[in-house]
Design a binder for this molecule. Structure first.
Ligand code: NAP
Length: 374
């Protein structure tokens, strides 16, 4: 795609900027071609302190210089900011996100609080961008809205299932996850609980994995009042926390409605670019589902950064004696599964004209702003 001059960046707030996901957002957004963070918000513990002091920086890349000296604010809505990224703890995300939406902002959230509401879009841009229409049902007086990104394990699973469901129909899927420590935020699970160990329980996780993919893979019906008919897939999940820093691995077994050969499944994945391809979204990657041929891949340490952390890696596709096929799946939980996923979703919202004041950029955004990965 032809590179164009950057016209104007969109000022954004990061809610929960000091946490594990918030730091990823800081890292991604301070170098983003469309967005400019102007407010870093967190709890009263951090409010009033320089970001460099309030955030215990966990990433291998350095803290962006422009962020380090910014004073952390509380989470009350700020005038003039039409787009807020939420990486808030779910104990507070619900009310804070509603306050920002009530003040007219589009809130793009990582938190679970609003995901399954009938009037809240739960969207992965490659899978179901049309579901953004649900935001029309939200009646915030100043035109704000809440849109959500799924749970970190759900995103990888839904991306891998989407091309198979479209071509062959997935009738059931069983998933067993091995989830990274960073999925529990910082400081997360105490080290003595996790070292030399695996914990076969993550609160609420199995329920999310068994429901969120059904909304994502559901069909939008829009006869005046948009609604999503959930996909009719039987899903079962068993989730485990393991001593890996980043990257959720999953063992998946699937039953298909129509028979598919090994090559047909690989070709469904390799040919998948998603429904948002072609919009010039800076964080979109070519081939969001990538297959590894090696017999012992994907692995968290080796494969989590595929596509800058935005691609999901599949491997070991083989017949399943109980279902039809089984395979391994890996996704970066704080990039594709959280911060990177919400940045891509916010880009979609801009491109589709959902960000107030950015309508001028709006659908023109993809023409007028510089695509990072062109
Ligand atoms: P985290 O490391 O615990 O960070 C939580 C953030 O929320 C911090 O910035 C914290 O600010 C802020 N916060 C906590 N209590 C607050 C309050 N009373 N008022 C205002 N701010 C408050 O958690 P995380 O892992 O980044 O997760 C953030 C959200 O993303 C959660 O909803 C989580 O479920 C979701 N998520 C996480 C992942 C992942 O892989 N980690 C993946 C997908 C979704 P202080 O630093 O000031 O306390």
């Amino acid at each position: 795609m032809e590179r164009k001059r950057i016209v104007k960046k969109i000022p954004v707030a990061i809610l929960g900027a000091t946490g594990a996901v918030g730091q990823r957002l800081v890292s991604l957004l301070f170098s983003h071609p469309w967005f400019e963070p102007v407010a870093l918000c967190a709890s009263g513990r951090s409010e009033g302190r320089p970001y460099a002091e309030a955030a215990r920086w966990l990433l291998p890349s350095p803290m962006p210089a422009a962020a380090s000296g910014m004073t952390v604010r509380g989470c009350a809505p700020l005038p003039g900011i039409a787009l807020a990224f939420s990486a808030l703890d779910s104990s507070v995300a619900g009310g804070v996100e509603e306050a920002w939406a009530g003040d007219g902002a589009l809130v793009v959230s990582n938190a679970r609080n609003h995901r399954m509401r009938d009037d809240v879009p739960l969207v992965v841009p490659e899978i179901n961008p049309s579901h953004l229409a649900l935001a029309r049902l939200q009646a915030w007086p100043r035109g704000g809205a809440i849109v959500t990104n799924p749970n970190c394990s759900t995103i990888g699973l839904a991306l891998a299932l989407k091309p198979l469901h479209d071509r062959f129909g997935v009738s059931s899927a069983q998933v067993v996850t091995l989830q990274a420590a960073s999925g529990a935020g910082y400081p997360g699970v105490p080290s003595l609980d996790l070292l030399d160990n695996a914990v076969p329980f993550i609160e609420g996780e199995e329920e999310k994995l068994e429901t969120e993919p059904l909304k994502l893979l559901g069909t939008l019906r829009d006869e005046g009042r948009p609604r999503v008919d959930f996909a009719g897939i039987r899903l079962g999940a068993a989730c485990h926390r393991v001593a890996v820093s980043d990257g959720h691995l999953a063992a998946v077994s699937i039953k298909l409605a129509r028979p598919a050969g090994h090559g047909e499944i690989l070709s469904a994945w390799s040919g998948f670019s998603g429904e948002s391809a072609g919009l010039g979204l800076p964080s979109a990657v070519e081939s969001p589902v990538r297959y590894r041929d090696e017999e012992d891949r994907p692995q968290p340490r080796l494969d989590r950064d595929a596509g800058g952390g935005m691609a999901v890696s599949a491997g070991r596709l083989r017949p399943c004696p109980i279902m039809d096929w089984k395979f391994e799946l890996l996704s970066h939980n704080t990039v594709r599964g959280a911060a990177g996923g919400t940045v891509l979703l916010a880009e979609l919202c801009v491109a589709k004209g959902y960000v107030r004041g950015a309508e001028a950029l709006g659908t023109a955004a993809t023409r007028e702003l510089e695509p990072a990965l062109a």
